[in-house]
Design a protein around this ligand. Structure first.
Ligand SMILES: [Ca+2]
Ligand SMILES: [Ca+2]
Ligand SMILES: [Ca+2]
Length: 233
């Protein structure tokens, strides 16, 4: 009698099946184990401090694990450096080691413009931003100030931002498109391969000295790739 009753109670039989499934299943929780392995690895591969935190969250749950991978930031490539350089404050030396002093004569820049300094070199990929800096000096003489950078490599955006000791005015871009970044700094950008050339003025200088730090930015890459960028002032 009791068996017959059970068959007539769909809820009862379903609950029974569920109990059997749970008791008989010896596999570990698939969502928990998958999240731990993928999330943990992604977090470990991250470059920045925040990436590590996100990876830690991933180790506690499946969904958290994939979130950690997405938020790893920095370079997702095999990037030997220089890193970290994802902001102006962390800009790497354009010539390899500071100081990278360049006068307004173009042949005092990197080798691609006839100078003696090493070209900018690094690896860029999705989510990565690379900033470099060189110091341009406006000397009295026949040369003119025209900060520029160029690359023959492809697959990223190349930008250049002159920054005077005090107020900086960007009159325009002789090459590239004018952009303004957070904080008001203006520069010139081009989709690589290409060349950018800025026309800036240090408006606070009473002697018309346009000496400036120049920041070169490489970003918006869709794939991991090494690059080289030449520059002058
Ligand atoms: Ca020049
Ligand atoms: Ca990089
Ligand atoms: Ca970077």
């Amino acid at each position: 009698m009791s068996l017959v009753r059970a068959w007539h109670w769909p809820l009862g039989s379903m609950a029974m099946l569920a109990v059997v499934a749970c008791a008989g299943g010896s596999d570990p929780d698939p969502s928990a184990s998958g999240g731990q392995s993928s999330g943990g690895q992604a977090g470990g591969g991250g470059v920045g401090g925040s990436a590590g935190a996100a990876g830690g969250g991933g180790a506690t749950g499946g969904q958290g694990g994939s979130a950690g991978a997405a938020g790893s930031g920095g370079s997702q490539c095999a990037d030997p450096g220089p890193e970290p350089n994802d902001s102006i404050a962390l800009a790497s030396p354009a010539c390899g080691t500071f100081p990278c002093v360049v006068t307004d004569c173009d042949n005092t820049g990197s080798t691609g413009y006839g100078g003696s300094l090493a070209p900018i070199a690094g690896v860029i990929g999705p989510g990565d931003v690379d900033f470099f800096r060189y110091d341009g000096e406006d000397k009295v003489g026949l040369c003119t100030v025209n900060a520029a950078a160029r690359t023959t490599d492809t697959g990223f955006r190349l930008c250049l931002f002159p920054s005077c000791p005090a107020a900086t005015k960007l009159n325009g871009c002789k090459k590239g498109a004018l952009v303004t970044v957070a904080g008001g700094l203006q520069g010139c950008c081009v989709q690589a391969p290409g060349e950018v050339e800025a026309d800036h003025d240090c408006t606070a200088s009473t002697t018309d000295d346009d000496s400036a730090e120049v920041f070169v930015r490489i970003d918006e890459a869709s794939e991991c790739a090494p690059y080289a960028v030449d520059y002058h002032f």
